[in-house]
Design a protein around this ligand. Structure first.
Ligand code: ADP
Ligand code: ZN
Ligand code: ZN
Length: 737
């Protein structure tokens, strides 16, 4: 395509990132003008020169050609962090099939015209006795200050909350700070986490950690500089290796990004970084407002911080000299974006690393098959930690065949063995975690006569029965009263097929009336810092048993847990997805890995109806190799990723018929551009959730050995969709795996 006009996004330092503006490309600049390059352009009525980034090209501008201004210059070299991020966005938009604007909005922190917000905590210094201060204020009739004083008597407060509670302007609080009565700390979160573990000694690497560090350093300094995967059994101390390598990056004058799955669930990891790097660390979490986020990004850009810890989106921190990107628990699903562009943080990290000259380190006890595959192909460097830190042993894991229990007449969700072991722990004052695999259909209501499952009328999802007897859709929130008879056959034999966490809690409490039980699931973690509260309580010994869903298996370190029970281990095997074994292995292996991380050895009991399934057996044995080899054999056979590439074309529309017709057309188009059937296309078929929030959903899967071929196919399909008005009411997304 002849590059006549460029779409330019003006520098975020100057203007709002709203839409691209069209500029003519003068002939002399045609070659230099590439996507992502920085340009100087006349802007506004005064035509002042500002900088911007080229994000795309067009032949047919929407504007009157006369009015289109010309690019003044292409700024030599792409040097700023933003320019490199624009390049990254361009790559993402192509790789994942999204518009450039959507990619830009994902990648570049949106400038919010709010005043800078910082997290400020106010607390009394305690230098002067409370009574003296109060007496002084009373004498001088400083009622405003008195209110502040009283508000703070209960402990530290957030600045905003304090202003509100005391009904005073900041100036009053500031003046009290000058008096030495109180202090305003700007790093509230650091202080809190630091207090928690102030006594912890600094990490000294053990031999295995040291070796892993050296191997990775050698690869990066003298070798090919490939992305590295640190595979370390649960409790091997991967975090200590990350912090060493982050320290290297800082020592070299650079910065590092550390991605973690979910901040609320991984506070311990954050804490370890804060302890090591103090106020050089900042972190992102979902409760930050847009303005606060922006401020953090600004601090990073100015180099005021050196380490950013956060979820997926932290990957786009605009550090000036990014040297290292760490992706912890890299197998976690939260690294896959569910909105456009539907990117994989692992891939984007590698691409960003290439653009920035930064190294990339993945870590997990249960790496995704895709990442391990790249190690075995030699595309990534691999390093392994085989043993647990501190000479601790891996838990002794046993598989319990629930079919035997049924034969014995035990219809409870708890096997006899699990009950006996829980009893033993309670008697010894040790802690227990019970993990309920809820992937699949737990909590659903099924007719035992005809098999009918009660579903949400808006989503193709079974409703979940809650304790209050109401049936609730976890996707759209739809609620209905419980049913007494099957709406299809009228049978009264209708009820919960399996159990939710609430029921497990009841059952366990009934079996062990003396046990103190904590439950962690979506319902109990709703409030502010709900996760943190529960995890802290459990860690401090506030309960004997923690019951929860997948959220309790994520990398937690509870030294007093000596027994982990996995209930319904195989539930996730029934998911209609080629990754169901992988997910089951990861969930169960991670759950097992929570046991025995302290002084006393741990035990894990895995209850299942499929005791012979390799994913369950490998998880019990904490044997990654066993899992990987079996799984890869199967993927090879069926040419599933990573052996081949797979593109899912996801269509959704409120009109089922229209959607199906459109998807049929797409399928025919695919067959037309691929007359020899080299692209293996399947579908259209309903997605695993066929209807969500009144949108019907269908999918076409296209497989090919080479991802590049699939990207090419995606580009053609995209143009086809753009050129056909029939797709206006169908939303199409692309998903690579
Ligand atoms: P992983 O993430 O590999 O499962 P962690 O990083 O949580 O393991 O480490 C497990 C435990 O061992 C934690 O309590 C951690 O503090 C401790 N640990 C690991 N490495 C060291 C070290 N070098 N020095 C002191 N403690 C360590
Ligand atoms: Zn619903
Ligand atoms: Zn029925």
């Amino acid at each position: 395509m002849k590059k006549a006009y460029a779409e330019v996004i003006v520098d975020i330092d100057h203007e709002k990132l709203d839409r691209p503006f069209t500029y003519r490309i003068p002939g002399r600049l045609a070659d230099e003008c590439v996507i992502g390059c920085a340009v100087t352009i006349p802007f506004g009525s005064s035509d002042r020169l500002i900088s911007g980034y080229v994000v795309g090209f067009t032949d047919r501008p929407d504007l009157d050609e006369e009015k289109i201004k010309e690019i003044s210059a292409v700024t030599a070299g792409i040097e700023t962090a933003e320019a490199r991020l624009v390049q990254l966005a361009a790559w993402m938009s192509r790789r994942y099939g999204s518009t450039m604007i959507r990619a830009m909005k994902t990648v570049v922190p949106v400038r919010k015209r709010t005043k800078a917000v910082t997290e400020k905590t106010v607390f009394l210094t305690g230098d002067q006795p409370f009574e003296d201060i109060a007496a002084r204020y009373a004498a001088k009739r400083c009622s405003a200050k008195m209110r502040v004083l009283n508000a703070l008597s209960g402990g530290a407060m957030d600045m905003a909350a304090l202003k509100e509670a005391a009904g005073v302007p900041v100036s009053v609080i500031r003046s009290m700070e000058e008096e030495g009565v109180l202090r305003i700390a700007v790093t509230e979160v650091y202080r809190r986490v630091t207090e928690e573990g102030a006594a912890a000694p600094p990490d000294v690497l053990n031999d295995e950690q040291q070796r892993a560090c050296e191997e990775i350093r050698r690869e990066w300094r003298e070798g090919a500089g490939r992305p590295a995967l640190l595979r370390g059994v649960t409790g091997s101390g991967k975090t200590a290796v990350y912090t060493e390598l982050v320290a290297d990056a800082i020592r070299e004058g650079g910065q590092a990004i550390v991605l973690i799955p979910e901040i609320a669930l991984t506070a311990q990891t954050v804490y370890r970084f804060v302890r090591r790097f103090g106020d050089r660390v900042s972190f992102l979490h979902s409760r930050l407002s847009g303005g606060e986020r922006y401020d953090q990004m600004k601090a990073a850009r100015k180099g005021d911080i050196s380490v950013m810890v956060g979820p997926r989106s932290a990957l786009f921190t605009p550090f000036p000299h990014l040297r290292l990107i760490v992706v912890d628990e890299e197998h976690e699903e939260s690294y896959h974006s569910e909105t456009m562009p539907r990117y994989y943080a692992q891939e984007v990290a590698v691409r960003r690393g290439e653009l920035e000259g930064a190294h990339v380190l993945f870590g997990s006890a249960t790496p995704s098959v895709g990442t391990e595959y790249l190690v075995r192909c030699g595309a990534y460097f691999g390093s392994v930690l085989h043993t647990r830190f501190g000479g601790r042993t891996l838990p002794d894991a046993r598989i319990i065949d629930m079919r035997d229990e049924l034969q014995k007449g035990n219809r409870s969700i708890l096997s006899d063995e699990l009950k006996a072991q829980i009893r033993a722990r309670l008697d010894r004052g040790e802690q227990v975690m019970l993990f309920l695999n809820r992937r699949g259909y737990a909590g659903s209501v099924t007719c035992r006569s005809c098999g009918h499952v009660i579903r949400c009328p808006h989503c193709d999802i079974s409703l979940t029965r809650h304790k209050n007897g109401r049936l609730i859709c976890h996707y759209c929130g739809y609620e209905s009263p419980d049913v007494r008879a099957c709406p299809v056959c009228g049978s009264s034999h209708i009820g919960g097929l399996s159990v939710g966490t609430e029921q497990v809690e009841d059952i366990v409490q009934a079996a062990f009336p003396d046990a103190r039980i904590l439950r962690m699931d979506l319902d109990t973690t709703k409030g502010k810092d709900g996760h943190g509260r529960i995890l802290k309580c459990f860690r401090e010994g506030g309960a004997d048993i923690l019951i929860g869903t997948q959220m309790i298996v994520k990398g937690h370190d509870f030294p007093r847990v000596t027994l982990v029970g996995v209930l319904l281990a195989d539930l996730s095997l029934s998911e209609a997805d080629y990754r169901s074994s992988e997910r089951t292995f990861q969930l169960v292996a991670q759950a097992v890995g929570r046991a025995g991380r302290g002084e006393r050895p741990g035990q894990a009991l895995i209850q299942t109806y499929q005791p012979d399934h390799f994913a369950i057996r490998a998880a019990a044995a904490q044997d990654y190799e066993l899992f990987y080899n079996e799984e890869m054999a199967y993927r090879k056979l069926l040419q599933y990723p990573p052996e081949g590439g797979m593109l899912a074309i996801l269509g959704s529309s409120p009109d089922a018929k229209l959607l199906h017709t459109g998807m049929e057309f797409l399928r025919k188009y695919i067959d037309r551009i691929d007359p020899h059937g080299r692209l293996m296309a399947i579908g259209p078929a309903p997605q695993s959730i066929g209807k969500l929030k009144d949108q019907y959903r269908e999918v076409i899967y296209v497989r090919h050995k080479m991802t590049g071929v699939l990207i090419g196919a995606k580009d053609r399909i995209e143009s086809y969709i753009a050129a056909n008005s029939g797709f206006r009411t169908i939303q199409i997304q692309f998903d690579f795996s």
